[in-house]
Design a protein around this ligand. Sequence first.
Ligand code: SAM
Ligand code: SF4
Length: 343
Amino acid sequence: MATDSFGRRIDYLRISVTDRCNLRCVYCMPEEGVGWKSPDEILAFEEIERFAEVAVEEGISKIRLTGGEPLVRKGIVGHVRRLRAITGLEAIALTTNGTLLPRFASELAEAGLTRVNVSLDSLDADVFARITRGGSLEAALAGIDAAFHAGFSPVKLNVVVVRSLNQDLLQFARMTVDRPLHVRFIEYMPVGTDAEEGGACAGDSAGHHWTRSDHVPSDEILTTIGDAGQSAGLGELSPVARDDAPGGWGPARYYRFPDAVGTVGVITPLSHHFCKECNRLRLTADGHIRTCLFSDEEIDASEVLRTGDKEAVRAVIRQALESKPEDHNMRVGTDRRMSQIGG
Ligand code: SAM
Ligand code: SF4
């Protein structure tokens, strides 16, 4: 079992397999994209698999693949299959914008992927296209259908809430009534460049930068949905007991409308931050271990992964566990953008 220097059990590894993406969400990356890493800077699948193998020996039991958009990387299905074969790994999940799931969902299920989270921030086609700078809502919704069709359970939907985007939150909550879908509202996080308090963070030239005023605390999100749900006749939104909540590896809190099949969740890194329960490490596509989403103090594992020396890989993983900070201290801004970390 891996523990860090604050006694937290670390059993969850998020791996970003690429920094590239087929969308350009306004809060995640600029319109022109970020300076993509060249293919020789990005870890080969074999190197990621080597890292994962040692990480599992050290106590990791759950892996999530993310990006950029993980499904744009060629060979992703084979990668999932090889990761799944690692002895001791209990589960492997994917976070995706969903648009390529119609192409890949069944193959991924067959390769051993255990669960899927789809990110989707509006159910209005025009707003969706504006947020993603040209993405197709139809493709993303087809991705959710494909995930169900391939038999994934649970299927979770991640919605980042940004005040100035004026999203219709009730529309999302309604999706949980007759489908086993778990919609999680995520507070907009200050990740990206230009780390000034209240200044620009990620975002684009049209003003969609992180600011305190764009951050909507989870209590407000729940009140908005609860009130709108009551007015729409959906009944009262009530907390779901831990045992009854959809299985997960993170800190989401779940709620449900009476008789709904799915749930509504909130993820609250800022308003109720959950560093005490943090159970994760992150590996970036260029081979850096990130011990906290909000900390740029990374450990470069790319060299040791290239040499193939397992004991050297083990040493950097242990170094990462030892240096994991206790708290993110409400930092604002990071050198990497979210698309270069993976969420
Ligand atoms: N492309 C995939 C996707 O969109 O799911 C995986 C990578 S994306 C960076 C992972 C998650 O981070 C997505 O759910 C996305 O909405 C979220 N995200 C990106 N920027 C964010 C921000 N500033 N605050 C909160 N969540 C953010
Ligand atoms: Fe791409 Fe995901 Fe970032 Fe959107 S949130 S730009 S889909 S990496």
